[in-house]
Structures are given as structure tokens and as C-alpha cells.
Write a protein that binds this ligand. Structure first.
Ligand SMILES: Cc1ncc(COP(=O)(O)O)c(C=O)c1O
Length: 396
């Protein structure tokens, strides 16, 4: 049995989640529930593989190639019934890097990239920093869930000659797991308007209850024509880093089924001088994408889902002015504090310096995040309980 209740002291280990806010003056006993990594140890099989590598002690240039690709192929086949071939995989040091490369490869300066509002912050950054125009389509909040405004997406794509649509599935920060119909609608719009689709599926293993993650292209497989057309435009970004807490090791995989598209992305990556992912990162991924890794991930998911239910229940009963948006996927909960009528600065200060709980400020994810906070619940239940008691005391 894995003990996810164990509290690990992450301070003074370079953990961005802990050490960075402290360096900015936050009290050391602030509960850090921001940035999307987990406070848990990775799977024992990953630790063992890395220990073995350290024991071996040679860290030269490393390419596991076939062994690595087989781990990927096997994982996607078994877990998602999704067939990939080794020649469809591009290894990168991270999904954000891959997103930036896609922006550069498939659009020119001043051309438009469409993202949602709210949306994961790095989408905005990689677009803006590469001098592309950000076009936003607002998500609609209805019945406590967020929805895509497809008419608006299509209108904005046409009006702005959008070259790339970049989105994440499952959705960070609002917790939606886009369903088949929604993915098909997006695909149709992109195919009709020849827009490149950059689907960031880094949170794919975290879906809750009846929800199922559908890989973007997999959603289209019943419509052969649509599938074939969309395949020529689609880039799927994946990583073991969220599921196995490996972000510090830097490894991600982009899946591109179209050869021309893949070569374009690889050419852009080639220009950076980056050409080989770290050996330890490859070892970690191969150990993670195994039966042992899968069993561990199942236990982890049970624990996190229980945390999600606990937070929802606690807030509903004890801090009812906060509205918890339905969490269909990810370990990030989207909390609506708007009933308190506080401005962004007041809300942040009240949480960080009053309650001593650091959540991600909703505004970071776009203007529609104003009044919302994102809570990372991939941590021990005890710490979560403590954070909720603190929030209750300060906000009630
Ligand atoms: C949707 C999404 N994409 C990408 C990333 C970061 O990926 P990486 O660390 O591989 O660059 C995150 C991390 O929070 C994320 O939530």
C-alpha cells in the first residue's frame, strides 16, 4: 500500500511551489496549493529505476529509442486504445517548449493564435512572447460547467485569419473534460478553416467519475473523412510529468501523425540546438509507463479523487459563499469567490496573508478568471483539511 497521507517536507529542495513564495516574503507555514505539481513521491518503480541509474553512474548522451518508443506505444494502446507509431513521436523537454515550437513552426509573426478565456497561462505566454496575436474566445459558464462557444470560435477564426487553435484537454484551470461531440465540433471548424490544432493533453490521466478522456484524434475516428483531414492539422501533446510527478526531470512527447507536419515541428526544434532529452528523464518515463506504474497511478487517482470530493463537500457545508466549479478532470479545483465582492488584490492578500493558503490567482488565466482561484489538491488530505479550516476562519 502506498501512503499518500505522508507529508514530505519540500522546503530547501528547490521546489518552486514552496521555496519561491517564501523567497517573496510568504510565511513558511503557508500551505502552498498553487502550481501544478504534486506533493507526493513518484511511483516506487520510477524511484527504483533512477536509483539503478545512479548506481550505474554513467550519464553520457543517451538515446533509448526503441525501448522508449515501445513504452509510449504500449501505454497509449493499453490505457487509451490509441495506436501510435514510433515515427509519430517527437520527444521534447516539456509541453510548454513543444507549444512554443508549434507556435513558431505553424505561424508567422503577427499572425493569430486562438485560445480560450480562461485558459492555461503558458498558452498566452508562448503566443505573446513569439509576437503572435492572441485571439480569445470566452468560455461560457452554465450550470457550474464551462462550455465552448463554437459560433464565437468560428467567427473569430474567420475574422482574424487564425492559424493555430491551442487548447488543453482535460481543461486547466476549469476542470472540464471535453466530450466527443465537443471535440468533433472543434475539429470541423479547424478543418473547414485550415487551422492547426494544438491539443495539450498533459492532464489526460486525471479524469473523474463517469468522465473519460478522449484523445483528440480518437474522437474523430468514426468519421473517416474528418479524421484524415484533421490528422494533417493535429499536434497532440502528452507527458508523464503530471501523472508521475516528473516535471523536474523534463520530458514530454508530442504525437504527430502527419509526416510533413512532424518534419516542420522537428525543423523548428532543430533550430534551438536542442536535440536530445535527458537520460534520467527517459529512464523515468520507461519505468512509469509499465504495469507497476499503472497500478500506482490508479491508487494515486483514488486518493486525489477523494480529496476533490472532500473539498467540495467541506466548502458546500462550511464556506457556502465559495462556489466549487464541477471538477471533471485534473487535480486542480476552480473556486468561485465572486460572492465576497473583493477585488483581485484583496482576495489574494486575504488568502496568502490572512488564511496563509496560497492558491493560483484566477486572473492569471485570463480576464474571466477574475474572482476565481485555482486550488491544487494533489497533496495529503490532512494539509487540505488544514487549508480549508484556515480559509473558513478568515472568510466566514
Ligand atoms: C495544461 C498544461 N500544459 C503544460 C504544462 C506544463 O508542461 P511542462 O512542464 O511539460 O512544460 C502544464 C503545467 O501545469 C499544464 O497544466
Amino acid at each position: 500500500m502506498i501512503n499518500f497521507d505522508k507529508i514530505i517536507d519540500r522546503s530547501n529542495r528547490g521546489a518552486r511551489k514552496i521555496d519561491y513564495p517564501i523567497s517573496k516574503g510568504e510565511s513558511i507555514d503557508t500551505i502552498q496549493m498553487w502550481i501544478a505539481d504534486m506533493d507526493f513521491e513518484t511511483a516506487p518503480c520510477v524511484k527504483d529505476a533512477l536509483k539503478d541509474l545512479v548506481e550505474y553512474g554513467v550519464f553520457g548522451y543517451t538515446d533509448y529509442n526503441n525501448k522508449y518508443f515501445d513504452s509510449m506505444i504500449n501505454w497509449f494502446d493499453k490505457r487509451y486504445n490509441f495506436e501510435i507509431k514510433s515515427e509519430e513521436i517527437v520527444r521534447t523537454p516539456g509541453v510548454i517548449f513543444a507549444l512554443a515550437m508549434a507556435v513558431k513552426a505553424f505561424s508567422k509573426e503577427n499572425e493569430s493564435v486562438l485560445i480560450f478565456n480562461p485558459e492555461y497561462v503558458a498558452f498566452r505566454e508562448v503566443t505573446d512572447l513569439n509576437n503572435r496575436k492572441i485571439i480569445e474566445s470566452n468560455l461560457k459558464l452554465e450550470n457550474n460547467r464551462y462550455y465552448i462557444d463554437f459560433d464565437d470560435v468560428e467567427k473569430k477564426i474567420k475574422e482574424n485569419d487564425v492559424k493555430i487553435l491551442m487548447f488543453c484537454s482535460p481543461f486547466n484551470p476549469c476542470g472540464r473534460v471535453w466530450n466527443k461531440e465537443e471535440l468533433i465540433k472543434l475539429a470541423k471548424i479547424c478543418v473547414d478553416n485550415k487551422v492547426i490544432i494544438v491539443s495539450d493533453e498533459i492532464h489526460m490521466d486525471f479524469v473523474w467519475g463517469e468522465n473519460r478522456h478522449i484523445i483528440f484524434l480518437d474522437a474523430l475516428k468514426d468519421d473517416k473523412e474528418l479524421y484524415e483531414k484533421a490528422k494533417k492539422l493535429t499536434i497532440i501533446n502528452t507527458s508523464a510529468s503530471k501523472t508521475f510527478n516528473l516535471a523536474g526531470l523534463q520530458v514530454a512527447n508530442t504525437i504527430i501523425k502527419d509526416k510533413t507536419l512532424k518534419e516542420k515541428l522537428e525543423a523548428e526544434i532543430g533550430k534551438t540546438g536542442y536535440h536530445r532529452i535527458s537520460g534520467p528523464a527517459q529512464v523515468a518515463l520507461m519505468a512509469a509507463y509499465t504495469e507497476e506504474g499503472y497500478s500506482w497511478a490508479c491508487e494515486l487517482k483514488k486518493y486525489i479523487y477523494n480529496n476533490i470530493l472532500f473539498v467540495k463537500d467541506y466548502i458546500e457545508k462550511n464556506i457556502p459563499k465559495i462556489n466549487v466549479i464541477e471538477t471533471e478532470g485534473t487535480y486542480l479545483m476552480w473556486l468561485d469567490f465572486r460572492k465576497y465582492g473583493l477585488n483581485d488584490d484583496e482576495l489574494q492578500k486575504k488568502l496568502i496573508y490572512g488564511a496563509k493558503v496560497h492558491l493560483d490567482n484566477g486572473l492569471k488565466f485570463g480576464t474571466l478568471g477574475n474572482g476565481f482561484m485555482r486550488m491544487n489538491v494533489a497533496m495529503s488530505k490532512k494539509s487540505i483539511e488544514k487549508s480549508l479550516i484556515r480559509i473558513k476562519e478568515v472568510f466566514n
